[in-house]
Design a protein around this ligand. Structure first.
Ligand SMILES: *Cc1c(COP(=O)(O)O)cnc(C)c1O
Ligand SMILES: [Zn+2]
Length: 433
């Protein structure tokens, strides 16, 4: 590695450095890699002025909610960027969901409004750009659904094959549909996500396919832009808390890494606290953090929130580092808590897929426990679109999820009637009162 490079790769575990152009995803020690950059060459005030100038751009890379912040994303010529103008997602007042959570100032950042319906597009634009720079002729990922949907779309954009490894069964219908529709070579493997993840790393190493899971450090760099965009939407006023679901743990790692860079550049003067929320059936980070034990994968992860049904998250070490830096916490929520919170997010007119709603379920639990002050300013991240998992929605509202232990507590069941005015009147009784 050249000693004066502006950015390079560094192992999170042992600190070994590699050249930024090195096509590796892991250190020789097995640790994950970070993109490091020399921040001393950047001026925080100038960066903010540049980003403000780009806000609302109609065309080109400035119109992307990721590449608007490219000084902290990837140093690359603009014409080499593969973008779908991802990001630019809304920040909503949580309304009914805030009342439900017992939080007065809860905002929800809806990453389900990205081009393929999840935050994965923010990482993918950067990952696919890095893939093309390395001359990749095909890309691959293991996925619980959203990564594959995103990767297939970006691969279709540049016209290279996308190879997708998904766990058999239980992948949300909307996500599988997208992977197939965008033309991904979809391999349904007999095993869970963790098995698929192990297999794809082996395949990429042996077959020269470029790996686009969040173990890829460039995915993480792109995802940092969620935090940047939220802060820009808040005129750089730092909220007290960020609350975010955790599966493979890339997204919260990206959030803390990006915030740390802003802090070191003097763009923000306060460190917000980060709460990572896991499903109680897929909770390796929670267990480790709560019990102060060493990392142990969860062997048979189970949750209706399939996007976070992961027992052996690749980014646990980066995640923990960010939680420590931000004086953060890790919480777990039950299946019932996830789906009830989802009913409230949906009912507020916002809507998101099950995993996303861990944010609101987590806020509620942490407010109740006295960890989050009800008066605190909180930004919850909604990671994916409501249409990704229609089975979970309809199951809850028809109250047919009892066999997996979930009651339709706030169910809005469809009503069957005969086509007569009388029956309609009966069904709508009291609707205007
Ligand atoms: C990928 C994903 C998550 C989990 O993010 P990680 O970076 O794996 O922790 C949560 N929700 C949705 C909708 C996702 O697609
Ligand atoms: Zn190492």
């Amino acid at each position: 590695m050249t000693a004066k490079a502006d950015s390079w790769l560094r192992c999170v575990h042992c600190g070994a450095d590699y050249d930024i152009s090195d096509s590796r995803y892991l250190c020789t020690c097995g640790g994950t890699l970070d993109v490091k950059r020399n921040l001393s060459k950047l001026d925080g005030k100038e960066l903010v002025a540049t980003w403000e100038r780009r806000w609302g751009a109609k065309n080109g890379v400035d119109a992307s909610g990721v590449w608007r912040y490219r000084e902290l994303i990837l140093d690359i010529a603009e014409d080499k960027i593969v973008t779908k103008r991802e990001g630019n997602t809304r920040l909503y007042h949580a309304g009914l969901a805030a009342e439900y959570a017992g939080a007065k100032h809860l905002l929800l950042k809806h990453e389900g409004e990205n081009p393929t319906g999840s935050f994965k597009d923010r990482g993918m634009t950067c990952g696919m750009t890095a893939a093309m720079l390395r001359g990749a002729s095909s890309v691959a990922c293991a996925s619980t659904g959203n990564t594959s949907a995103s990767m297939a779309a970006y691969a279709a954009t540049v016209g290279i094959p996308a190879v997708i490894f998904i766990p058999s069964g239980k992948i949300a219908y909307g996500k599988l549909a997208q992977a197939l529709a965008y033309g991904g070579v979809t391999l349904q493997i007999d095993g869970n996500f963790d098995d698929a993840m192990a297999l794809v790393q082996d395949v990429c190493a042996k077959m020269g396919v470029y790996l686009l899971n969040s173990v890829n450090p460039f995915r993480i760099e792109g995802q940092k832009a969620i935090g940047f965009e939220i802060l820009q939407q808040l005129d750089w006023e730092v909220p007290d808390w960020f609350v975010i679901p955790g599966g493979n743990l890339g997204n919260n790692s990206a959030l803390s890494k990006g915030l740390k860079e802003l802090y070191e550049l003097g763009i923000i003067d306060k460190i917000p606290r980060i709460a990572v929320i896991q499903a109680d059936g897929a909770n390796p980070l929670y267990k480790m953090w709560r019990n102060k034990t060493s990392y142990e994968p969860v062997p048979n992860p189970e949750t209706i929130a399939t996007a976070i049904k992961i027992g052996n998250p690749v980014s646990w070490e980066k995640s923990l580092r960010g939680i420590e830096w931000s004086d953060g916490v890790v919480e777990q929520v039950s299946e019932q808590e996830i789906m009830d919170a989802k009913a409230m997010v949906d009912r507020a007119g916002i809507g998101a897929e099950p995993a996303s709603c861990c944010s609101v379920a987590g806020v509620r639990k942490l407010v109740e426990a006295g960890v989050i002050n009800p008066d605190a300013t909180i930004v919850g991240i909604l990671t994916g679109n409501i249409l990704k998992d229609p089975d979970a929605v309809v199951g809850y509202h028809k109250d047919t999820l009892r066999d997996i232990g979930i009651e339709g507590r706030f169910a809005n069941s469809p009503v069957s009637i005969k086509p007569t005015l009388e029956e309609v009147e009966k069904a709508l009784e009291g609707i205007n009162s």
